[in-house]
Design a protein around this ligand. Structure first.
Ligand SMILES: [Zn+2]
Length: 282
């Protein structure tokens, strides 16, 4: 089966045990071939089916649906890390991990693989991106004159995609881009991973082997889809804003300012970010 399809049938052999709490409470999963989970998502925090804690605060709610999009079960988590811990210890999921989208790019590093799974559930566009990159097990790095496997690895430096080899370097501790006071300058680290994955996609799918400012349009669009998903679905991210542009811009040779913040009401998925063309196209 194609790797991209396998992801659709995650948790496919499991059905929830009957519970007096209905679907809204923590659940016990038992194997059962009768009910097949067809798709899954994290619910929006304002979805009436969201799982809440004792004082009514919505939790990160993982939800599975059958093929008619009926909710089969939900489970609430404090945050993405808690979901990763759960998913990593799910015996069924763990058994299938090597077949799943993202395993190849993670190169078996589960500290990368599980957060990447969370990111793909949160934002289906990222799943498409990773699946497309993984459709090419090797790319030719024309500068190094050797074949390389597109992958993700940790770095303690800047987030970066080495364009010729589609190698993504991800720093999971970086939560600000430029130290600007603007709200858009702050983000959860998975936003950066999503951004760099688009650059890897541009290498593999579009054969963009050299970095240029125009590559930022797609990368920032992809990044903003993830920002919007965090804003809607992950508790504690109501401060998160779209990224309006790459960094700042020059007017008559003088670097003027960072972009002003935008509200989500001013953003849409086709929004084109502004570029620092005077900085990066030289
Ligand atoms: Zn970029």
């Amino acid at each position: 089966m194609a790797r991209g399809l396998v992801g659709l049938f995650l948790w496919g052999a499991f059905v929830v045990a009957p519970s007096p709490a209905g679907y809204a409470g923590p659940q016990t999963l038992v194997p059962d071939a009768n009910v097949v989970v067809f798709s899954y998502d994290f619910l929006d925090l304002d979805d009436p089916r969201v799982v809440s804690d004792g004082d009514g605060t919505p939790k990160l709610t993982f939800a599975c649906f059958d093929e008619d999009h009926n909710l089969v079960w939900t489970r609430g988590f404090a945050d993405i890390d808690a979901w990763c811990e759960y998913a990593r210890n799910d015996p069924d999921l763990s058994a299938r991990k090597t077949e799943l989208t993202g395993w190849a790019m993670s190169q078996g590093n589960e500290e990368i693989f599980w957060p990447l799974q969370a990111l793909m559930v949160l934002c289906p566009a990222v799943r498409d991106t990773v699946a497309a990159v993984e459709s090419r097990p090797l790319v030719f790095d024309r500068f190094a004159r050797t074949w390389k496997t597109p992958h993700i690895e940790f770095t303690t430096g800047e987030n970066f995609c080495h364009q010729p080899s589609a190698t993504v370097f991800w720093n999971p501790t970086i939560t600000r881009a430029y130290g600007s006071p603007m709200a858009w300058d702050m983000f959860p680290p998975l936003v950066s991973l999503a951004h760099e994955l688009v650059h890897a996609w541009q290498r593999v799918v579009e054969e963009r082997q050299i970095y240029g400012a125009s590559l930022e349009i797609g990368a920032i669009r992809g990044e903003n889809l993830v920002r919007h998903a965090f804003y809607r679905k992950v508790p504690g991210h109501d401060w998160l804003r779209p990224r309006p542009g790459n960094r700042g811009y020059y007017v008559n040779g003088t670097f003027t300012t960072y972009f002003e913040d935008m509200e989500w009401s001013e953003w849409w998925p086709g929004f084109s970010p502004a570029l620092d063309t005077f900085v990066e196209d030289r």
